[in-house]
Design a protein around this ligand. Structure first.
Ligand code: PMP
Length: 399
């Protein structure tokens, strides 16, 4: 009765498309995505009556419940309220934005930084903010969707190079007009594959062909480099990466995003990126939690150390079971199953044993790479590892 009240009588082409969409029907039938967790404590979550171990969160360091983070968030709420209700370019700018930007810039080793309310927005703006029609964007074909959206909005020409393949990038650059503007876009750590960018080669190429280099380090910050300063720091190449963009919603225990670079570049971004000019600023609580996370990274190195101990332990379990992890080098670890069906059954058997993961199938991943995406965290305990080993042994036996 109530439902029928909401049902529109109008039937446009778009209403028909919505009603007939086979992808949405499939998603709902298999109940694979949009799970609602009823509770969360550390790595434990519950969905209804079912207790599960979280093994796909990007919370690499497990510090979202750290007392310093909680306290900082509460204080910021008390002091500034829930939000600024405006864009930074208009009435939304506050002192804490500048503090966070200065902290982040110093942490990453860059002169300046601009923060926004989502990593997605920041990554879109890291492309649209610096490129325009007539430019050439050279992009790793496995880049995150935010960068593809940035490319589309920029109206620049796009050239894809094979995943993490500097030779292919070079061969494309050899064909391009040396006088045209060029931007190379890579990820520091590829989110699905867990691969680390071949940054030394990419930096050499960027220098040789005079390209502006943008790196999305959403999965490198907090994971690689000194105290988690990210992929550029890991290779000691920070000054050679023009822009480092990323997210506050992974290792940095918050929500939001950033673009860091030299001061001129960031001022240019503030003038030219619509995502920056027309979207409301990051909230006080989010900003304060991210600042506390940076504090923790700088003063408590044990979190990153524990993450890597756990990562090695996890990979050992997967290697023993001879599972294909796409040669992931980082805590972001795919289990490649190759077909949608195999990925689904693997995911389902892990679920049965109380381990929560997510599934990613083509076209989200290249054909034949359908996978279950997992990520280990510093907060997984010995007991968690027992459960992980049991669940993966069971799921592998069912393959
Ligand atoms: N870049 C990469 C590589 C990501 O994995 C993500 C999030 N999955 C984003 C950008 C967007 O970040 P956010 O979730 O903070 O919007």
């Amino acid at each position: 009765m109530i439902r029928s009240l909401f049902k529109s009588k109008k039937k446009t082409k778009i209403h028909e498309r919505i009603q007939d969409d086979s992808y949405t029907k499939l998603r709902k039938k298999y109940d694979l995505y949009y799970h609602i967790m009823d509770s969360q404590k550390g790595t434990k979550v519950s969905i209804g009556e079912k207790d599960l171990l979280m093994l796909s969160s990007n919370e690499y360091l497990g510090i979202s419940e750290h007392p310093k983070v909680i306290e900082a968030g509460k204080k910021a709420l008390d002091k500034w309220g829930s939000g600024t209700m405006g864009a930074r370019s208009a009435n939304g700018g506050r002192r804490f934005h500048i503090e966070l930007e200065e902290r982040l810039a110093a942490f990453l080793g860059k002169e300046a930084c601009h923060v926004s309310s989502a990593g997605y927005l920041s990554c879109v703006s890291s492309i649209t903010g610096f490129s325009q029609r007539g430019d050439n964007i050279l992009v790793d074909k496995n880049m995150h969707s935010s960068v593809w959206d940035g490319i589309r909005l920029s109206m620049a020409n796009v050239e894809r190079f094979a995943h993490n393949n500097p030779d292919h990038l070079r061969s494309i650059l050899d064909q391009l007009d040396p006088h045209e503007a060029k931007l190379i876009a890579v990820e520091g750590v590829y989110s699905m594959e867990g691969h680390i960018a071949k940054l030394p080669e990419i930096v050499d190429i960027a220098k040789q062909y005079n390209c502006f280099l943008v790196m999305d380090d959403a999965h490198g910050v907090g994971v690689l480099g000194k105290n988690g300063r990210g992929t550029a720091n890991h290779f000691n190449l920070t000054e050679h990466v023009d822009i480092i963009s990323g997210s506050l919603s992974k290792a940095l225990a918050s929500t939001g995003g950033f673009v860091a670079g030299n001061a001129d570049a960031i001022e240019y971004l503030r003038t030219h990126s619509k995502q920056t000019i027309f979207s409301a600023a990051i909230s006080p609580c989010q900003a304060a939690c991210a600042m506390a996370a940076i504090d923790i990274l700088e003063t408590e190195p044990e979190w990153v150390e524990r993450l890597w101990v756990n990562t090695r332990r996890y990979k050992n379990i997967l290697d023993k079971l001879e599972l294909d992890t796409w040669e992931s080098e980082t805590p972001a670890t795919p289990i490649v199953l190759g077909t949608r069906e195999r990925a689904y059954y693997f995911w389902k058997h892990l679920w049965e044993k109380g381990v929560f993961t997510i599934i990613s199938t083509a076209p989200g991943v290249p054909p034949g790479k359908d996978l279950v995406r997992t990520a280990i965290s510093a907060s997984h305990t010995d007991k968690d590892f027992e459960r992980i080993e049991e669940a993966f042994t069971y799921a592998a036996s069912k393959l």
